[in-house]
Design a protein around this ligand. Structure first.
Ligand code: IPE
Ligand code: IPE
Ligand code: MG
Length: 251
């Protein structure tokens, strides 16, 4: 069977997966674009371009298979430390992809959201972000969250500041602060925590992604590089996930 035939076969939820045991929310650390490009003898940026195609297909796959939320790590607060040309390329790529894909997302009932310190992004990108959020906010299909200029520590600090300000203003008492109140001040307020985290390219670390939210996420790491992560790879990840026993500290 050709790769394309396999992909076509995977248009619907594979029969060996149980719909009732699907993760509601999948998070992905899309890693390995640079190595993928290098292996093909191409510049790193080509890996990022191909990475977008992999993300687009994963989003459609989640929708086709009945997964309610997908969160993708697109750019970390640490990624500013990369060579300027690569950072510039990524910002332009995000902007272009958002503009190109918006109509399709509206049509496909995708609700797009962004998490991260968005104010520090180029203003032209911020414009595209606001437009895409506004035009899809009433969509009730899959919720697609893009982590852009996102850092888990930065998110926790900004939540602390917002809460401290409320305490200063007398709107909240210090001893009223609990997990529920704290979560309301995170960028992810109102979204359930990821059930499954997938990281590609074999790296076994969180790299500052959703530190609070992943307290009990199941972690799946594959050596596949992100541009090669396709439906059959996702199928394997879900198969492994469905075999896990989630205990949440109980017996
Ligand atoms: C992930 O791929 C994409 C971003 C961080 C934007 P990398 O660019 O980190 O690829 P590798 O890890 O260098 O191969
Ligand atoms: C994590 O990948 C960030 C994104 C995928 C956006 P990195 O490539 O930046 O992570 P490290 O540097 O290997 O930890
Ligand atoms: Mg990397």
């Amino acid at each position: 069977m050709t790769a394309q035939q396999t992909q076509l076969q995977l248009q619907y939820l594979p029969p060996d997966l149980k719909p009732e045991l699907l993760p509601q929310h999948v998070a992905v650390i899309m890693d390995g674009n640079g190595r993928w490009a290098k292996r093909q003898g191409m510049p790193r940026i080509m890996g990022h371009k191909r990475g977008v195609d992999a993300l687009k297909d994963l989003l459609r796959c989640c929708r086709d298979w009945g997964i309610q939320a997908l969160t993708a790590y697109a750019f970390s607060t640490e990624n500013w430390g990369r060579p300027q040309e690569e950072v510039d390329f990524l910002m332009t790529l995000f902007q272009r992809v958002l503009r190109q894909e918006l109509r399709e997302m509206v049509k496909e009932n995708v609700q797009i959201r962004f998490v991260g310190n968005l104010n520090a992004l180029p203003s032209t990108l911020q414009t595209e972000i606001s437009r895409s959020v506004a035009q899809t906010e009433n969509n009730r299909g899959i919720r697609f969250t893009v982590a852009t200029n996102y850092g888990g520590r930065q998110e926790i600090i900004q939540a602390c500041r917002a809460i401290a300000t409320k305490v200063e203003q007398g709107l909240l008492q210090a001893d009223e602060i609990d997990e529920a109140i704290f979560e309301k001040h995170l960028y992810t307020a109102g979204t359930c925590d990821p059930d499954l985290l997938i990281r590609t390219s074999g790296e076994m670390r969180l790299s500052n992604f959703l530190l609070w939210q992943m307290a009990y996420s199941e972690i799946y790491i594959t050596d596949t590089l992100w541009p090669d992560f396709d439906r059959s790879q996702f199928h394997s990840a879900l198969r492994v996930y469905q075999q896990r026993e989630r205990r949440f500290g109980k017996v």
